[in-house]
Design a protein around this ligand. Structure first.
Ligand code: PHE
Length: 458
């Protein structure tokens, strides 16, 4: 085992459970707490939740297993891991694209994810200062717009968030990621359960439950399916190098299947609990509804907390939860690129970290300005910097990366290698997994890729 910070090759997590913790930290993020509730709200509730669950199981889990398997076999950063497997199997160099596209997507997403994560820091401090008390819907909307219109405020919070990420990644896999995530994740779960208990006692829990779990067939639609599949992918941190990098630190004997199922289940449970913590509060506040879109968290929720008993405390707890969730995700977005650069250029981790994070920070300033000064500056077809990065990563790179992964692992990588790495307990499950990767995953991913691009340009 190598615990030398200069080079990650051969590093493994110090404790067996760290993979589950770290991968869950990557998966649980703004996607679960901000995006999931609002897309459920926009897409009418129960039917959407059901489609999402089906996609997690049939598409998300098999692709995550594929990614972790590649990472663990390669035992190094995603770019070198894929290259090694391509070389060993005598496959076409074309497939190396998978590693590159994952690391690049992670880097691009980090640049704007950190900006949005910065909003949660701003809200955390606003809530702690009692600024939500007695807030009206209009006041809350104006406060959010005011934040977005202030490039300096956005840039400062973005910088703080990037700094928090750099500290953890800079300390290395064991002393930084493992130690940090072992503190962040349990705290995150405690805060989440506190909020659930709070929502159940002061909010309209029954209405929230019915909204999320009563199946209404009228809610099934192609548009909803495409959003649900795209979100299933994003929330599990797939095709971004993150799972591959974390898998490369997984000790040899561990069962990949079991671990991946645990991570997917925890991620799903957190998203569902987040919904069950948010909707009861929203439904119990006059004038608020579920279908608010992105403003559900940043506009509606402060109004609700401002009107609820002990809202200052629980509003602050809520935004602290978002900060932690986003933090454990940005760590996993930065790590793959830093691991690659340290290994490829034999550079110190500190230097690689400064270089990559500095680049992502700078690009993030483009996203900061996309909410104000550069709002109408079009990079491509009317999209500003943020709009373009958001579209290109989530609608193009993610499904495309997933498609390549599924085809590569399903059709190109030797079955014996996969069997050896997975050590499946059941041959039937192993064959089912391969079947899903060969047929269902590519078809579904091709469909969301086309639907996403079509949606943008039509
Ligand atoms: N899964 C995270 C979320 O739901 C986002 C993320 C994607 C994090 C990729 C890391 C890597 O917010």
């Amino acid at each position: 085992m190598n615990i030398n910070n200069q080079n990650n090759k051969g590093t493994v997590w110090g404790r067996r459970s760290t993979f589950v913790l770290a991968a869950t930290g990557s998966a649980v993020g703004l996607g679960n707490i901000w995006k999931f509730p609002y897309v459920v709200g926009e897409n009418g509730g129960g039917a959407f939740v059901l489609m999402y669950l089906v996609f997690i199981v049939l598409i998300g889990v098999p692709i995550m297993m594929a990614e972790v398997t590649l990472g663990r076999h390669g035992r190094t950063n995603p770019i070198h891991a894929v290259a090694k497997i391509v070389r060993e199997g005598g496959a076409s160099p074309f497939w190396k694209l998978i590693g590159w596209s994952g690391v690049l997507a992670g880097f691009l997403i980090l640049s704007f994810y950190s900006v949005i994560a910065g909003w949660t820091l701003d809200y955390f401090s606003a809530s702690a200062n009692g600024q939500f008390v007695g807030l009206t819907g209009e006041g809350s909307g104006a406060a959010f717009e005011h934040l977005l219109a202030s490039p300096w405020r956005l840039a400062v919070w973005h910088s703080v968030f990037m700094g928090m990420t750099v500290v953890v990644v800079g300390l290395g896999v064991i002393r930084g990621l493992e130690v940090g995530l072992r503190l962040i994740m349990p705290l995150l779960f405690v805060l989440l359960l506190m909020l659930l208990a709070y929502a159940a006692s002061v909010g309209d829990f029954g209405a929230a439950w019915r909204f999320m779990f009563v199946f209404n067939p009228a809610g099934l639609s192609w548009g909803g399916a495409s959003v649900a599949l795209g979100h299933a992918f994003f929330t599990l941190s797939l095709a971004m190098g993150a799972m591959m990098a974390y898998g490369s630190y997984m000790p040899g004997g561990d069962s990949i299947g079991k671990m991946v199922f645990t991570v997917a289940a925890l991620d799903t449970v957190v998203a569902l609990i987040a919904g069950l913590a948010i909707f009861p509060i929203v439904f119990a506040t006059p004038g608020l509804s579920a279908g608010e879109g992105p403003g559900l968290i940043f506009v509606s929720l402060p109004v609700a907390f401002g009107a609820m008993p002990a809202g200052v405390v629980f509003g602050t707890v809520f935004f602290a939860l978002m900060v932690l969730a986003a933090w454990s995700s940005t760590i996993s977005l930065l790590e793959p690129a830093v691991a690659y650069v340290t290994e490829r250029f034999s550079m110190s981790r500190a230097r690689a970290n400064a270089l990559i994070a500095g680049g992502a920070w700078l690009l993030g300033i483009g996203s900061v300005l996309s909410f104000n000064a550069w709002k109408d500056v079009s990079v491509l077809l009317g999209m500003n910097v943020f709009g373009f990065l958001d579209f290109f990563t989530q609608r193009v790179m993610l499904p495309l990366g997933g498609l390549l992964l599924a085809v590569f692992v399903g059709w190109v990588v030797r079955r014996e290698l996969l069997h050896h790495e997975m050590k499946p307990r059941s041959e039937m499950l192993f064959s089912t997994w391969l079947w899903l990767l060969k047929y269902l995953c590519p078809a579904a991913l091709l469909a969301i890729l086309l639907a996403g691009v079509w949606d943008q340009f039509s």
